[in-house]
Design a protein around this ligand. Structure first.
Ligand code: UDP
Length: 331
């Protein structure tokens, strides 16, 4: 099949492109390269540089590619920035998605798989979190994703657009061959920051809060490996093309979590030296615990994560960072 991967030059997108190509599929990437990297794409993937706000360019790209499915990753993803500049988030993430879905229904009404997030749940009362838990985003970022879920429902009802929503928990790791990995313009993620600290690019690690109601007082998150997440997209696309029910949302996570201290213990073990840690105050907006109930995707799509051990996950990220200390820059 031919898949258009929107935002395919980014972290999760580029890993999904890799999996699609390895499975023998044809890929067209549409990306504005605002945070993605041309270097993250294999030459077999056709790249169209275009912005989601450019409706004519979207229609033309869809018309030329004639894809069998669309996977939509393109979005701004920083919670803190979304609170400082919500307009940019709603414009990019919401208006951009409306443009994409409109262009899809006007050119070729093919299945769409949409990247959503655990941030739609906000500070969930109970974990593990099932898909039908209350949706109370605590950031403009989370709201923007939840709005797009609603927009997809409406496109499904009005136009019969087939779609699946994947809600990611904490995505981490890198392709085991360490040719692609995480490289965001602003680094905020725990594992990436720890490994850059190990490389001497930062002085120490701050633990954001030690007084949470969790076993060791630090926040617990469900860390899903990016290659497993990429596989989840292939499963979702294949199911939709095979006629599976449209309009489903699936949590993508391991189903169990690790605390900040456990993650830092794992990075210490992988890099072979303890990082300097400093305990600090809570980071505003951080829920104590976010763990997926991922039983639905396992049962219905056959999702079977391969990276279930925290050290093995961190090892893949470390192999990427130590071989690319400045990311894709200079490649
Ligand atoms: N965290 C931390 N120190 C850091 C970066 C993150 O203690 O330098 C904590 C953060 O407050 C959260 C957890 O690690 O509790 C995971 O944060 P991350 O930004 O990786 O992902 P999020 O859960 O916010 O999507």
């Amino acid at each position: 099949m031919h898949v258009m991967v929107v935002g395919g030059a980014g972290y999760i997108g580029s890993h999904t492109v890799r999996q699609l190509l390895e499975a023998g599929h044809q890929v067209t990437v549409l990306d504005n390269l605002s945070s993605g990297h041309r270097e993250a794409l294999a030459s077999q993937a056709k790249l169209v540089v275009a912005d989601l706000l450019d409706y004519a360019a979207l229609k033309s790209a869809l018309h030329i590619a004639q894809p069998d499915a669309v996977i939509h990753f393109a979005a701004l993803i920083e919670v803190g920035e979304s609170m400082r500049d919500p307009g940019r988030y709603y414009l990019n993430n919401v208006a951009g998605s409306v443009n994409l879905f409109q262009a899809v229904v006007e050119t070729r009404k093919v299945p769409v798989v949409f990247s959503s997030t655990a941030a739609v749940y906000g500070d969930a009362a109970n974990t593990p979190i099932p898909e039908d838990a209350p949706k109370q985003p605590s950031s403009a970022y989370g709201h923007s994703k939840l709005m797009v879920e609603q927009i997809l429902r409406d496109f499904g009802t009005a136009h019969g657009l087939p779609y699946t929503v994947l809600r990611y928990f904490n995505v981490c790791g890198a392709h085991p061959d360490h040719t692609i990995g995480e490289d965001h313009p602003n680094k905020t993620h725990l594992i990436e920051l720890a490994l850059l600290t190990a490389l001497g690019q930062r002085e120490k690690m701050f633990i954001n809060g030690t007084d949470y109601p969790t076993p060791d007082g630090t926040c617990v998150r469900d860390y899903v490996h990016v290659v497993d997440l990429a596989d989840a997209h292939l499963l979702a696309v294949q199911a939709l093309i095979g006629g599976a029910e449209s309009g489903k949302a699936y949590n993508v996570g391991l189903g169990y979590g690790f605390s900040v201290r456990q993650v830092l213990d794992a990075t210490d073990a992988v890099v072979g030296t303890p990082l300097h840690r400093e305990e600090g105050p809570r980071r505003p907006g951080d829920p104590a615990s976010l763990v997926a109930d991922s039983s639905r995707i396992k049962a219905e799509l056959g999702f079977l994560p391969q990276f279930t051990d925290l050290r093995a996950i961190v090892q893949t990220a470390w192999d990427w960072h130590r071989t690319h200390p400045h990311g894709f820059e200079g490649q």
